[in-house]
Design a protein around this ligand. Sequence first.
Ligand code: S3P
Length: 176
Amino acid sequence: MRPRKNRNLVLIGYMGCGKSTIGTKSARAFGFRFYDTDQLIEENEGCTIAELFTQKGEPYFRMCETELIKGLIRKPKGMVIATGGGLPMTEENRSLLKKLGTVVYIKCGIDTLVSRLTGDTKRPLLAEGELESKVRTMMKLREPVYESVADVVLETDGKSFYETICVLEKILKEKR
Ligand code: S3P
């Protein structure tokens, strides 16, 4: 039986952890609407995230993220929302995410992240420096924050998409 559409699932986690893919697949499985905050910002602003960082700067991008979450809170429930990796890093956004829905930290190991992010050209924060040390440094700062805001930590290393989606389905049916 599909979950009732009286809840939202909010996926958080570091770049490359799979929020968008897991979000798309789970929304399809549950009959929920899928939103990706980066994609919505790109549509609203008419440019890529990388262009937005260059043209208007990171603080402007962060303001877009906050406004977007405020807008999503006003929409009818039954959504899966994939968020940008930096979105939970402010207090204001964390309390907005809690209002938006059940927050799930999509957790995977550094090795998985690095292998997925190698060769990436879309993420301005990874454009310079050595990738692995950058990921390690940022994760040291971010992981405690992801864990503190999450209602559930979902480890995905070693799980198939099917298994991951089953866990999400269970969360939707049980966790409040
Ligand atoms: C960012 C993550 C990106 C995007 C932007 C900044 C971050 O989203 O929002 O490049 O600060 O971690 P993904 O997590 O979807 O890659």
